[in-house]
Ligand binder design. Structure first.
Ligand code: MN
Length: 329
């Protein structure tokens, strides 16, 4: 897997946690459900589910792949709007080409992250590059939606391109886990992503049998999602496998452990996302790509979109899309 790797022995280490530690217990294990998104690519979605408030301030987690596309099979999400939150796209294998109505965009690939603050409104597309469409290949990534508080829902749209090598790399106490801090902070080490809502978002590779223990802000919620492999969550060792999300209860630290034997599709160890943030505790009105506080604001968003006030598809991309469609069909 081409997400950035490093020799953990050379990295700053997470602190040894003094006993007694207020370890967070596992509140729930949620199985990600399968959905089709965009032009029809499959995602596993641990949330939103029955209880969206568990994930607050996060709104959605879509795990894309891992999938080995054949020639002509790769799919994306053509032009669509967003308002009222942020989309965070992390691509581990393969690539997405992103273009938006404020001139942002680029290739998201091999461990890089694209952080798009939709705020007041944006149009964008997220498509596999031509080479991936034509030749096929491995594709594996994640899209996370981070909510914005009421006073920032209509903020000016913003785009951050975070290269794989910008991630802050840390090691667990004994070097058995590699931690990539994408946004927020872990044990005083800041990641590159700038967020409005206070969150921490990281990708860890935990070697077979190794433990990863982390201090975690008491006022954040805490979740661990498994990209591949198997392990256990919490001091109580609750089994946690690929496609499952552990939601932790209150406390000041988290602990997880990789199983001693890993499946063939996860040869480097247990691949997990660890995420948490300060819950907003605000009402949520959502309709497709719009997430606001009230139904009236959703109606306004739809009117604004139809009137072109969320942005326009750049003319050169209209032309590009047409020629690409003709080539493929
Ligand atoms: Mn989108």
């Amino acid at each position: 897997m081409p997400a950035v790797t490093a020799d953990t022995l050379t990295l700053p280490r997470l602190p040894e946690l003094a006993e007694p530690t207020a370890w967070r217990g596992v509140h729930r294990i949620i199985q990600g459900r399968r959905f089709l998104e965009g032009e029809g690519f499959q995602v596993r979605r641990p949330f939103p589910g029955v209880d969206l408030s568990l994930a607050d301030p996060f709104l959605l987690l879509d795990h894309m792949g891992a999938v080995e596309y054949g020639p002509g099979e790769a799919k994306g999400a053509p032009w669509h709007p967003h308002r009222g939150f942020e989309t965070v796209t992390y691509i581990i294998d393969g690539a997405f080409e992103h273009t938006d109505s404020i001139g942002g965009g680029g290739l998201i690939t091999n461990g890089s992250t694209q952080w798009m603050t939709a705020g007041a409104g944006i149009l964008h597309n997220e498509m596999p590059p031509q080479e991936l469409v034509i030749k096929g290949g491995l594709f594996h990534g994640v899209q996370l939606w981070v909510n914005l508080p009421r006073e920032l829902k209509m903020v000016t749209p913003r785009y951050q391109d975070i290269d794989a090598h910008d991630a802050t790399l840390l090691s667990s106490v004994d070097g058995g886990a590699l931690v990539r801090v994408i946004a927020g902070s872990l044990a005083g080490h800041d990641g590159p992503g700038v967020t409005y809502t206070p969150i921490t978002y990281l990708h860890a590779t935990v070697s077979p049998g190794a433990q990863l223990a982390m201090p975690w802000p008491e006022d954040f919620n805490a979740m661990v999602y498994v990209l591949s492999g198997r392990g256990t969550a919490g001091e109580e060792d609750r089994p946690l496998d690929e496609g499952q999300l552990a939601v932790f209860g209150p406390g000041t630290a988290l602990t997880v452990r990789a199983a001693g034997r890993q499946p063939a599709n996860s040869p480097t160890g247990w691949e997990i996302l660890v995420l948490g943030g300060q819950p907003l505790h605000e009402p949520i009105a959502r309709y497709g790509p719009f997430v606001m506080n009230t139904r009236q604001e959703i109606v306004q968003a739809m009117e604004d979109y139809q009137a072109g006030r969320l942005g326009q598809i750049p003319a050169e991309h209209l032309a590009h899309r047409t020629s690409a469609d003709e080539r493929l069909t």
